[in-house]
Design a protein around this ligand. Structure first.
Ligand SMILES: Nc1ncnc2c1ncn2[C@@H]1O[C@H](COP(=O)(O)OP(=O)(O)OP(=O)(O)O)[C@@H](O)[C@H]1O
Ligand SMILES: [Mg+2]
Length: 446
């Protein structure tokens, strides 16, 4: 659990921090209300320990601001002896509980553990509610399986906050779709959603693309131009393929994010650019950090909250729903998937994930003519690449052998002499193997 301690007394802060870190909590401290709010924007704290009386903002004012950002945050108010004595008064201040100074550490730990219990219960309840909520998403996202439900539940929780979200996942797993969903569920959903594909912009144009430029700033800058950061004001900035961001530009991005200020290329003027940042990558940023290709400070800045999108092969339970969804989207006539076609697809490993499935359905319904799509209507990579992932050596070898026989026979239009020749075996051996595997012409492959 992440805890934020807010207290203007250095000693008190250090004692609490030392004690709670030893108990295994992640602790960050702040010396006044303003600093506390800045920290709170940066990280998802679940609990705040607040000194009630501080010179600038009082504990309850700080808390009111925090609740506006994250209504679920828990707070324990630390009050001077005798100032508040009933739980009701504390609740009026918005806190869940209070402790009097001097703080009794055993009591504190007790209250923190109780808070943790509450959070667990609430999260479970929220999960249950999320499940009921699914139909109300602003865009259609298929995912009834446990893995996607978990993703959607995280999305619902993080969308209302100002935190940067990092979406990780292989190509085609739906990172962009989820980024749009986060935007649509966020408080800035009325604002723009601006995308930057960090892999597609040449290094020398990047700065101007992101921050804009003034007329005459460089050759070719014939007029003033606003950058993506500026365009995303009061909305979300989606930095796609962030792993491709050149090292030379990373300090500039970091600065923009930290200071929420940018200046156009060729101009000194600071422009405010407070945007919700969502990033995505199919690379392992941690490894890039270790290799010195990605700045660690930027990584932490972007990775306040991360969501991993599982590859399709690990959530095969969603394949039938996705097929139905894409059939509806792409087919102008009523089409259904035959059982064998469905089984064949569910077995396939989908290296290109949902995008590959989507294209496949699109192509299949366009090319196919019948009402029922059969396994033989599916593209060859699906039919032939079914080298099983399960089974012992003999089973796997047999599966490979069967696939090779089938594919060779199909390619050679079932002319056995030709198939045998291409396989480098005699016709007699081919016939023997066909019998062994029960391979017949017109038999539907599974
Ligand atoms: N759960 C889902 N439900 C419906 N459609 C989906 C789902 N996931 C992905 N898609 C669709 O699959 C396609 C690929 O998704 P998307 O572009 O979001 O992937 P990506 O992770 O950004 O891929 P890349 O890394 O290659 O950019 C899109 O057309 C998207 O609408
Ligand atoms: Mg993408």
């Amino acid at each position: 659990m992440k805890i934020l301690i807010v207290d203007d007394e250095d000693m008190q802060r250090d004692i609490l921090k030392g004690f709670l870190r030893k108990k295994g909590y992640e602790v960050v401290t702040a010396a006044n209300g303003q600093e506390a709010l800045r920290r709170f924007m940066e990280l998802p704290f679940q609990l705040v320990l607040l000194d009630h009386r501080m010179p600038d903002l009082t504990g309850d004012e700080v808390l009111a601001n925090m609740k506006a950002i994250n209504p679920l945050v828990r707070a324990i108010m630390i009050t001077a002896y005798g100032t508040v004595d009933t739980a009701v008064e504390v609740m009026k201040l918005g806190a869940d509980d209070f402790l009097e100074k001097p703080v009794d550490l055993v009591q504190l730990l007790d209250k923190i553990q109780m808070t943790e219990q509450h959070i667990i219960v609430e999260e479970e309840a929220a999960d249950a509610a999320d499940t009921l909520d699914q139909s109300e998403l602003p865009i259609k996202i298929v995912g009834q399986g446990a893995a996607m439900k978990e993703v959607l539940s995280l999305v619902r929780r993080v969308a209302p906050t100002p935190w940067s979200v990092l979406l990780r996942g292989e190509s085609g797993t739906g990172k962009e779709l989820i980024a749009r969903l986060i935007h649509l569920l966020s408080p800035v959903s009325d604002g723009p959603f601006i995308e930057v594909n960090c892999g597609a912009i040449p290094e020398n144009l990047f700065e101007s693309e992101l921050f804009g430029h003034e007329k005459g700033a460089f050759t070719g800058a014939t007029s003033n131009r606003r950058g993506r950061f500026e365009l995303a004001r009061n909305g979300s900035l989606f930095l796609d393929e962030i792993g491709e961001l050149p090292l030379s530009l990373q300090p500039k991005l970091l600065r923009a994010l930290q200071e929420k200020q940018i200046s156009r290329v060729g101009s000194e003027k600071e422009i405010s650019a407070d945007v919700r940042v969502i990033t995505a990558t199919n690379r392992d940023l941690r490894t890039l950090v270790e290799q010195g290709l990605f700045r660690e400070d930027l990584y932490y800045r972007l990775n306040v909250f991360d969501i991993e999108l599982p590859p399709l092969r690990r959530r095969k339970e969603d394949i039938p729903d996705l097929i139905e969804f894409f059939l509806e989207k792409y087919s102008s006539r009523p089409v259904v998937f035959g059982a064998d076609a469905m089984t064949t697809l569910v077995k396939y490993s989908f290296p290109g994930n949902v995008r590959e499935l989507e294209h496949m359905i699109q192509r299949t319904v366009t090319l196919g003519r019948g009402r029922v799509i059969q396994a033989r209507d599916l593209p060859p990579e699906v039919r032939y690449q079914q080298v099983t992932e399960e089974g012992n050596l003999v089973e796997r070898l047999e599966a490979v052998e069967r696939e090779m026989l089938m594919s060779s026979l199909e390619k050679n239009e079932w002319v056995q002499t030709k198939a045998a020749e291409s396989l480098g075996i005699s016709e007699r051996v081919l016939r023997y193997k066909m019998k062994k595997y029960n391979i017949k012409k017109n038999l539907i492959r599974r």
